[in-house]
Design a protein around this ligand. Structure first.
Ligand code: IMP
Length: 194
């Protein structure tokens, strides 16, 4: 089976990706390859960060790999937190602190439109490819649900009336930013692999 490194330490993401790539590829996480350091992410766009991470891995491990970067863009906040979503409330902020900051910034604001965007950089046989996924939605005024992670408890995808923290993982994978980006990646990998 072909092996590919996914640049993540995040168990939730790894689970999502393993489900989608099923048994066609053996997915190795950073823990699986014994890389416990944080990979530098110093870009100003999702694309730059994803690319920086996949290049870092290829230089160190010389294996096919992919890296993703995700941001939540809120219209009323001019696209913030965007590329800074993980560090919105500070360098070492928890998911809860980031969500609290977002709710505080949006207090009293009627326009709750937002979207999650994921960019994946894949380096496959020494060539780089990019894949994207977007899901539109709204930010609630308070948290709902306890599944998922990050901003899930306050994000309701368009066409649904539950947050990402309330709907089941399978449905989230189908309609989410990362799910869509991964589906694009999977289509490419399945058509390119032997
Ligand atoms: P990353 O680039 O995938 O690490 O994502 C950056 C930040 O965006 C994370 O720390 C989370 O706060 C948030 N995020 C990414 N994906 C999701 C998701 O599927 N649901 C909710 N929040 C997410």
């Amino acid at each position: 089976m072909e092996q590919i490194i996914f640049a993540t330490h995040n168990k939730h993401k790894l689970q999502e990706v393993k489900k989608l790539l099923s048994d066609k590829f053996k997915i190795l996480s950073l823990n699986d390859i014994g890389l416990y350091d944080e990979i530098p992410e110093t870009g100003f766009t999702l694309k730059e960060n994803a690319s920086q991470k996949s290049h870092y891995l290829v230089q160190r491990f010389s294996q096919n790999c992919f890296a993703d970067d995700t941001g939540l863009e809120v219209d009323a906040l001019n696209g913030e937190p965007g590329v800074f979503s993980a560090r919105y409330a500070g360098e070492k902020a928890t998911y809860e602190q980031n969500v609290e900051k977002l709710l505080t910034e949006l207090k009293g604001i009627k326009n709750r439109k937002a979207r999650f965007k994921t960019v994946i950089s894949l380096i496959y046989n020494n060539k780089e490819y990019f894949f994207e996924g977007v899901v539109e939605g709204q930010i609630l005024t308070e948290k709902k649900g306890n599944k998922g992670f990050g901003y899930d408890p306050v994000f309701v995808p368009s066409g649904y009336n539950q947050t990402f923290a309330e709907i089941n993982t399978e449905l989230k994978n189908k309609i989410s930013h990362r799910g869509k980006a991964i589906q694009n990646l999977v289509r490419f990998l399945l058509s390119s692999s032997k």
